[in-house]
Design a protein. Structure first.
Length: 75
């Protein structure tokens, strides 16, 4: 991870701070998370924000071994 100094508007900083409190994150974590979601939304306009969040959640669960592969024969 690298450190960068970023200038943002006060209103945006306040919005991120509020989001951080609601999500139980620190300011830096909330900023990284919202930046990631925003970049993914720009790169994938066919997905809603909720779909992107669901994909990231599923990816994290898969990486932690919390999910298993779907057996198509059980559907």
């Amino acid at each position: 991870m690298i450190r960068k100094t970023v200038m943002i508007e006060t209103d945006l900083a306040n919005d991120i701070d509020l989001f951080a409190r609601k999500e139980g994150r620190d300011f830096s974590g909330a900023l990284r998370y919202t930046a990631r979601i925003g970049l993914l939304a720009i790169e994938n306009p066919e997905f809603t924000i909720q779909e992107i969040k669901d994909i990231l959640e599923a990816k994290a669960e898969f990486e932690k071994g919390k999910t298993t592969e779907l057996d198509i024969r059980t559907i």
